[in-house]
Design a protein around this ligand. Sequence first.
Ligand SMILES: Cc1cc2nc3c(=O)[nH]c(=O)nc-3n(C[C@H](O)[C@H](O)[C@H](O)COP(=O)(O)O)c2cc1C
Length: 380
Amino acid sequence: MIAITCNEDLRLLAQRRVPRAIFDYVDRGSYDEATLRANRADLDAIKLRQRVMIDVSKRSLAAGFVGQPSTMPVALAPTGLGGILHADGEIHAARAALAFGVPYTLSTLSICSLEAVRAAVQKPFWFQLYVMRDRDFAASLIERAKAAQCSALVLTADLQIQGQRHRDIKNGLSVPPRLTLANALDIAGKPQWALAMLRTKHRNFGNLIGHLKVKQDLTTLAQWIASQFDPTLSWKDVAWVRSLWPGKLIVKGILDATDAQYAADAGADAIVVSNHGGRQLDGAPSTIAALPHIVATVGDRIEVLFDGGVRSGQDVFKALALGARGVMIGKAFMYGLGALGEAGVTRALELIRNELDVSMALTGTCDVRDIGRHALWTNA
Ligand SMILES: Cc1cc2nc3c(=O)[nH]c(=O)nc-3n(C[C@H](O)[C@H](O)[C@H](O)COP(=O)(O)O)c2cc1C
């Protein structure tokens, strides 16, 4: 196997190992994918300021999120269906993140349940909540997150209605998968993936199964989810969640400074500047373009985290330089998971850590907390 030297290597390996419909589910964005592309292009356009002859022999990447220590300012973003990308995927990803010393966020729409992940790891993780129409179910998820000793609740605000990913429809990515000849041939070409999926007992929406008064087969649960995203959601619901959850609350999916202020008013401890990785409102700006104004507006009231397009330590550096306190990665770790399971997620994190560390050294930065706008190049 060739040496894995960058996140793109993990992406290409995942593409070879995972059925195409599932790889595309991870890789692609909504509609014309303009926002998906902007997330990457706008990060690429930012340049770092090279500095020399500064003693950078002692460097520290240690950081913290919502008062919790982390070995670097990077956390794993919530991602649904991790357990179909790789058998027991959420358990693998959680183990890798927590061993690395960075937060892991379990999605409401995970395959492995809150309880299964809790039983498999020694340290607390974060739980991401979709507030569904069925508020009793949402409240019960919060109780289960408390029972699992989750150390933060991440409330996702940008999915009141689902954006469309053309590829998912064309590929027949439904739950359960639509068995077309193309899908069958594709799966037959991915025997390692298929065998592992046959062996695991986690093949359904783990947080839903056994907790709803509907039929428990995959099709019914998938239909239930689709009918449960709630266009009526408002800041009142955030206040309601706040009243039920005494721990750290992070509101994810903020792209506008006014919304950031409302999140702070609702009692959130942090926000994630996010456009769902270009999977929701196509035509929205990149998150890196939106970040500075949001930091300027609420940065003194609330912790501002960031995600969208981050594939390298250099990208993490740029987001920190523009005021983010920490960065979440979605696709970057999912590629690792699809490529090599737990080892692939660890590799994704190692690559980012090494790139961030070298970028710090070459910009004359010894402490990750000192990264600021001064570390970006301007043509002045
Ligand atoms: C495959 C996939 C599934 C996702 N599922 C969820 C989810 O269940 N809940 C959520 O809040 N965000 C979800 N997201 C969005 C991520 O949390 C994050 O905002 C996004 O991936 C960041 O962009 P990046 O992938 O470029 O790093 C998902 C993203 C991907 C790629």
